[in-house]
Design a protein around this ligand. Structure first.
Ligand code: WT7
Length: 659
């Protein structure tokens, strides 16, 4: 590990919180924030106990808050029992929330469906009863491969209601990804749709499931339930396949929630690491839900009257914490969107904010950057052509938001009235960790500002010692928190090694480099490992390399990230073919073939933006690929580093030629 993380340009504009927000926010003013931080510091157990008692409904109250006896395998509220779905739905029944819209679903074609909390409760119960009648029980694992839909939320909530552990696979991932995850979790159930509709096109989903299950090792799968979304043709396996509309036929809309232990796994979600296959991040029931809910209230200042819209897909953690669970637990109305931001045109987001009167909007920097370009090129799709006056808070997640994008978002979407809430967190943290609070924190564009109360974030060196302000280092969390990852499914050793390395005093290592400025504000500087961030999604360089090498033409491959204006980072692959170096048109044709191959192996998101061919790769004398140098080559910059340790210095020149 290295602490030589270059410091970045520090922005010095400061935007104070709007006065009206300070007045009415759930956490009000710096004093309000400080009081919570002090409470958490004084007696962490008492703080986390109070939050859990005041915000969750328990079927059996806990008597212990945190069990550290097997650290880092922490247990939160170990003897408490509860149900997540009951905490999202049942608790609203018989209250004014029951007739409030829980979901405003907007389909790709613009059609809107409204579901109240009472109706959603009935739909979740009915689907849960269907699963129950098929013999599914608490502790079994279900793969969910669904488009953004009411059904996706229903499927996740129904699993939670029965204690079935779900693992959602993003609809843009390939059959190979479904296969890997199905085998790794030992799934007994798959829930999918015939197809998904995006940008006016139908993209098959069940076909990919069929392909995945035919790859072998998936014998635990008893049933595949398919939701008919597009009415497209599907293959049918009579012994295994069931239609969603058939299984819910005649099922009661009353299904008692199954109480589970606080730490019963709610879900497993796969995310990329620098080495090896994706990691199955295991999350708990109570701790995960508590922090999803608290951050709805604190970070987004959610009130029952809010219309909340998080644009993330349920295939990512953001779609777990801030679509499927947090907003429902908070009792807000939320928008769920099936389509893409550029269809029928790039004004879609703004039009939807206007029509649904969205008050809290949460999206990713990559979306902001691409819509900035399109909006500035065409006044018809510019946010200024829409009435966005209902917005109160606008959020960002997934990667550092560069100051230019921040200011554009603030001026044009937020009308210089809404704070930009730049939330730093990860799949592993379950919910927000370092973020401004709308009625508290003066904002600096590009900084995720300060840790939430109870979150002990710090920047340390390789021995775990805190570094001085202004110096770069590793971002760590020094104390456990309820929504933290519990383990990597099936690989506790990897969990320990990756997140709690011995030399770091038992701290949680986030894998990001960061620094704090003189005001204690955190500035994230990017990953310290070989993980790329493409459009706010993590991709392991190893994963893309393995996919490339799996192609018969490829002998060797190295993958690095190159800064990109729109997607944050772009994938650049350096490839050595079996056979002669391709030239001209032939090189272009092979590159295209390999890009499509990666899309098929992993998913379109992993497609290399550029492929460069060489006779070999720059390696040290011990045979290690010098990715650091390849990153420089990928940027098109001259090599100024010492290359004397290279086995084959001449190769850099060859790789630097753009073909
Ligand atoms: C990595 C986590 C959190 C849900 C979506 C991504 C980067 C995330 C920010 C931010 C700077 C950020 C980090 C982090 N990241 N949010 N606000 N500022 N960087 O979840 O796929 O688990 O990725 O995304 O590098 O480690 P993920």
């Amino acid at each position: 590990m290295t602490t030589e993380i270059e410091s970045i340009l520090v922005e010095n504009r400061v935007f104070p919180p709007p006065a009206d927000l300070v007045k009415q926010a759930n956490v009000s003013g710096m004093e309000g924030y400080q009081a919570l931080c002090d409470e958490a510091k004084r007696d962490p157990d008492a703080f986390w106990a109070r939050l859990a008692n005041e915000n969750l409904v328990w079927t059996k109250p806990f008597t212990q808050v945190l069990d550290e006896s097997r650290a880092p395998f922490y247990k939160w509220y170990p003897d408490g029992r509860m149900n997540v779905s009951a905490n999202c739905l049942d608790k609203h029944l018989g209250t004014p929330a029951e007739n409030r819209a829980a979901i405003l679903f907007e389909a790709d074609d613009g059609q809107v469906t409204k579901v109240t909390y009472k109706e959603l409760h009935a739909r979740v119960s009915q689907f849960a009863n269907a699963l129950k009648s098929l013999g599914y029980q608490a502790g079994e694992r279900a793969i969910i491969y669904l488009p953004m839909s009411i059904e996706a939320v229903v499927a996740m909530q129904a699993c939670a209601r029965l204690g079935i552990i779900h693992s959602v696979v993003f609809g843009g991932f390939s059959s190979k990804s479904i296969h890997e995850r199905t085998v790794d979790v030992g799934a007994s159930l798959v829930i999918t749709a015939d197809a998904q509709m995006r940008g006016g096109k139908s993209i098959p989903l069940k076909d990919a499931v069929d392909e995945a299950l035919a790859m072998g090792g998936c014998d635990a799968v008893r049933k595949v339930i398919t939701y008919k979304r597009a009415g497209s043709d599907v293959q049918w396996h009579a012994d295994r396949d069931l239609w969603w509309h058939d299984v819910i036929q005649g099922q009661s809309t009353d299904c008692p929630p199954v109480a589970v232990d606080a730490d019963h796994p709610l879900f497993i979600l796969y995310t990329s690491g620098s080495t090896g296959k994706p990691k199955g991040v295991q999350h708990s029931s109570a701790g995960f839900l508590l922090w999803s809910l608290m951050t709805m209230k604190w970070t987004f200042d959610a009130k029952p009257t809010d219309v909340f819209w998080c644009t993330a897909d349920v295939g990512w953690v953001t779609g777990h914490s801030y679509v499927a669970y947090g907003p429902l637990a908070a009792g807000v109305t939320q928008v769920v969107f099936e389509g893409v931001p550029t269809y029928p045109d790039a004004g879609r987001f703004w039009k939807m904010i206007q029509e649904h009167k969205v008050t809290i909007f949460y999206t990713a920097p990559t979306a902001i950057r691409s819509l900035t370009k399109l909006s500035e090129a065409d006044p018809k799709v510019h946010p200024k052509s829409f009435d966005l006056s209902t917005l109160r808070i606008i959020g960002s997640v997934g990667e550092p938001i560069n100051p230019e994008a921040w200011v554009w978002y603030y001026n044009n979407v937020g009308g210089q009235r809404c704070p930009v809430i730049d939330t730093w967190w990860q799949t592993e943290t379950g919910a927000h960790m370092i973020t401004p609070l709308p009625g508290v924190t003066p904002l600096k564009p590009g900084s995720c500002t300060l840790p939430l109360p109870g979150i002990d974030a710090a920047i340390v060196d390789e021995t775990g010692e805190e570094v001085e302000r202004g110096k770069g280092g590793f971002l760590v969390i020094r104390r456990p928190w309820p929504s933290m990852i519990r383990t990597i499914w099936g690989d506790p050793e990897r969990f320990k090694k990756t997140y709690f390395p011995e030399e770091l005093k038992g701290y949680y290592l986030a894998g990001d480099g960061a620094q704090r400025d003189k005001d204690g504000y955190f500035w994230i500087m990017g990953r310290i490992d070989d993980v790329l961030n493409v459009s706010g999604h993590r991709l392991g360089t190893m994963e893309v390399e393995s996919a490339l090498v799996a192609h018969e033409m490829v002998a060797e491959a190295a993958v690095v990230g190159r800064p990109d204006d729109t997607t944050g980072e772009a994938v650049v692959a350096f490839v050595v073919l079996n056979g002669p170096l391709p030239q001209g048109d032939q090189a272009a044709a092979v590159a295209k073939q390999l890009r499509d191959w990666v899309a098929k192996e992993i998913g379109p998101i992993a497609k290399p933006r550029e492929i460069r061919f060489g006779e070999n790769l720059p390696k040290t004398r011990s045979g290690k690929i010098m990715r650091r140098l390849l990153r420089v080559v990928a940027k098109g910059e001259p090599i100024t580093q010492d290359v004397s340790t290279l086995e084959n210095p001449g190769i850099l020149e060859q790789l630097a030629q753009v073909r």
